[in-house]
Design a binder for this molecule. Sequence first.
Ligand code: T46
Length: 137
Amino acid sequence: MYNIGEIKLKKFTDGRGDLTPVEGKQDIPFEIKRVYYLYNVGAGIERGKHSHRKLHQVLVCLNGSVCIKVENTLETKSVLLDDPCKGMYIGPLVWREMYDFSDDAVLLVFASEYYDENDYIRDYDEFLVEAGELFHE
Ligand code: T46
């Protein structure tokens, strides 16, 4: 699916537990400029509901589970993140919604750029216009 993909992260397991490394441009396809995480999300809460113009991100659910719905105007799909070795790549001009957070969910996000509110498209109709220009020109 255009600008959306799964990234399998490595896992080193020994008698002390598991370790997963994430290196920019090695394990994920961009340099990491920013990391943030979502946690203590209440039952029934939905987050996201926006797209980005230029930002590349990889989402990893470190604990618990969360569903991610993505749409690029051509296709829509939902992905369950419930494994700290499973990364979800989301590129530019993809509408995303996060929902069904488990009580213990911790969603970690690696981002290619510093925070910039101007990069957000928070209006769905505006997203359809900007993404439509990309996919249907
Ligand atoms: C995304 C999904 C997966 C900052 O000040 N710096 C930051 O780096 C971020 C990400 C957010 N904020 C502030 C902006 C808002 O006042 O934190 C507040 C909540 O942000 P927002 O409503 O955008 O959160 P979500 O969970 O809807 O979306 C976030 C990311 O913003 C977004 O890029 O793709 O997680």
